[in-house]
Each structure stands twice: as C-alpha cells, then as structure tokens.
Design a protein around this ligand. Structure first.
Ligand SMILES: Cc1cc2nc3c(=O)[nH]c(=O)nc-3n(C[C@H](O)[C@H](O)[C@H](O)COP(=O)(O)O)c2cc1C
Length: 325
C-alpha cells in the first residue's frame, strides 16, 4: 500500500515518518521509533541563526546515528540567506538525507520573528526562502507546512505550487491553520487538494491515531505517504502496527503489559546512554507518563515519576509497577 518515493534520485523505501516534535523526537526516541519500522525520522526543529553561529546546543540537536537514516534535519528561520547558509553547514558537516524547512510552527516566540507558520502570510517570502535553500545545497530540500495562517487564509495549494516550481522535492501538509494550533480537527480535504495540484510527493499529517486512520488518510487524500506525531508518544510500536495493517489488512493485538514494560525500559536505557545523569531523568518524565496513560494505578505512578530525582529512580518505579504488582 505504501510505495517508495523518489526524491531526485534518493529513494525513500517506506514513506511512513515520525513527525518532528520539539522536546520529544530526540535521538533516543527516534532510534526507538526506527526499530519499530518508522521509515523516515526528523530532528526537532533547529534555528538557522543558531546553526550559522555554530551554537553548541543547536548543533547537538542535529546529531543523529547512522541507523536512523533516512533522516531529515528541520530548520526554521526568516532570512533566506541565513537559511541557505545554515543548509550548507548541515550538508557539509552533518550529512543528513533531507533538509526540511519549517513553515508550520505556531509558537509565538517563532512567529513573532517571522518564522515558522508566519511565512504562510507572505508567499513571496516563502518562495524566496525555498529558492535560496534549494540553490544552496544538493541534498533534497523538503517543506513541512500548515494549511495557512487562519481560516480566512488557506494558502496550502498556492504555496505548494510555488514550492514545486522552485525545486522543493516533497511537502508534508499538516492541515490546521496556525491560529488553530493543535485544536479542532485537521481538515484532510486540504491534503487532497494539495496532492491534486502538484506532481511532487505529498505526505499527509494530522490526527492519525491508529492503523485504520493511516489507511483512511491514504485512501481519502491520495497522499504518497504519512507522518505521525503525537500518537507515537508512549506508543512507538504504532509504526509496526500501521505497516502490518497496510500490508495485510489485519490488526496486530495490543501489546501485553510485558511488552510495554520492555519498550519502556529500552527507551529508558537509550535515554540514559544519550544524556548525562542530570538531564536524563527529567527529559524522560513526559515519555514515561505517556507509556502508562490509561493503565490502572497510572495516576499514582505518574505522581511518583514526576517527583523522581533521577532516571534510576524512574527505572525502580517502573520495575515495581510492571513486574511486582
Ligand atoms: C510537542 C510538539 C512539538 C512539535 N514540534 C514540531 C517541530 O519541531 N517541527 C514541526 O514541523 N512540527 C512540530 N510539531 C507538529 C507535529 O510535527 C505534527 O505536525 C502535529 O503534531 C500533527 O500531527 P499529529 O496529529 O500526528 O500529532 C510539534 C507537535 C507537538 C505536539
């Protein structure tokens, strides 16, 4: 059901992506999702300004391991020249498979500076950025965008046509407006409209929570691939479930308590290997709480996890909860 995608000679075998999510899709989580079959993963978005200044923290956000390939590094910014220079830096130093431009972020700190989804208010600027960046590098340059700024300004189709004309290789559409943030429902008909208006591959994103949703998005919009974000938190096996359903039409059983425990602890170990003791625990708390959502006793465990002083304490709590109950 999912067919490979050709990005100017670079083949993506499985166009089933893990959505970039700031504070979530770090290296440990990307590794884990990859092990469950995610076809493409993206870094959390990074600032083009930070890259050209060679800010250590920014550069670290972009590091990935070889097993993550194909991997995209997503950048945001407003100034075409800075974005182009940052893309060159990435191509020369990090060597990912894809550079992705963020035209979707609705966060005030970003849009105030004319970056992220604010660019959808000025399609000349959008085109200019895409042109500068595609000219600056030989890697495929892709875009992830929202439907428009607000409901009176749905610009996805025109934006996609302009982006295709300046050499963008693929577009991911999250069909909410910037004003909607994450509320309401993603309007999948906009993905279909964009797909029909251009010839480059279109990836559909927004509100996929189950294998059936994944199939419905492919059927309803005709998109070339899908991207999943929030539903993978605490459920990285969703990639395996979607792939199985798309190829067989059958649903895999829900994971057992033991399987959930195993994935939880695998994730925790990856986290511990990647971060210093000081940060590993705090950064894992959101993930830890996602795994236990809806399970009995989750409220009490969540409380204990949030009070935990370090990652070893979280491991102890989880082992107690999963194995000694
Ligand atoms: C916590 C969080 C952080 C996000 N960070 C980014 C980001 O860095 N770049 C981006 O393009 N989208 C970001 N998004 C949007 C997601 O990539 C995705 O488009 C959105 O969540 C809709 O997909 P979903 O319904 O499958 O979650 C973020 C979303 C969330 C919830």
């Amino acid at each position: 059901m999912l067919k490979s995608i050709d990005l100017d000679g670079y083949i993506i075998d499985t166009p089933l992506s893990l959505a970039p999510m700031a504070g979530v899709t770090d290296k440990p989580f990307r590794n884990l999702c990859k092990s469950f079959g995610a076809g493409v993963v993206y870094t959390e978005f990074v600032s083009a300004d930070g890259i050209v200044r060679e800010n250590d923290k920014t550069i670290n956000y972009m590091r990935f391991s070889e097993m993550e390939r194909p991997v995209g590094i997503q950048i945001f910014g407003h100034d075409p020249e800075t974005l182009a220079r940052s893309a060159q830096y990435i191509e020369e130093n990090l060597k990912p498979d894809i550079i992705d431009l963020n035209f979707g972020c609705p966060v005030p700190k970003v849009v105030k500076r004319g970056a992220g989804s604010a660019i959808l208010k000025d399609l000349d600027q959008l085109e200019k950025i895409a042109k500068w960046v595609t000219r600056a590098v030989s890697l495929p340059v892709t875009v992830k965008m929202r439907a428009g700024w607000d409901k009176g300004n749905i610009v996805a189709v025109e934006a996609a046509q302009r982006l295709e004309a300046v050499g963008i290789s693929l577009i991911t559409v999250h069909p909410r407006t910037s004003k909607q943030r994450y509320t309401g429902e993603a309007d999948w008909s906009i993905i279909r409209d964009v797909k029909q208006a251009v010839s480059i591959p279109i990836i559909g994103n927004g509100d996929i929570k189950s294998p059936q949703d994944a199939k419905r998005m492919l059927d309803e919009t005709g998109c070339d691939g899908i991207m999943i974000g929030r539903a993978t938190m605490g459920k990285p096996w969703l990639f395996r479930d979607v792939l199985h359903y798309l190829s067989t039409g059958k649903l895999l059983p829900e994971p057992t308590r033991e399987e959930i425990a195993e994935t939880f602890l695998k994730h925790l170990n990856l986290q511990q290997e990647h971060y210093s003791l000081m940060y590993a625990g705090n950064l894992f708390k959101t993930h830890a709480c996602s795994y236990i959502r809806g399970m009995d006793g989750a409220a009490h465990l969540r409380y204990e996890i949030n009070r935990a002083k370090n990652i070893d304490r979280i491991r102890e709590l989880a082992e107690d909860y999963f194995y000694r109950k």
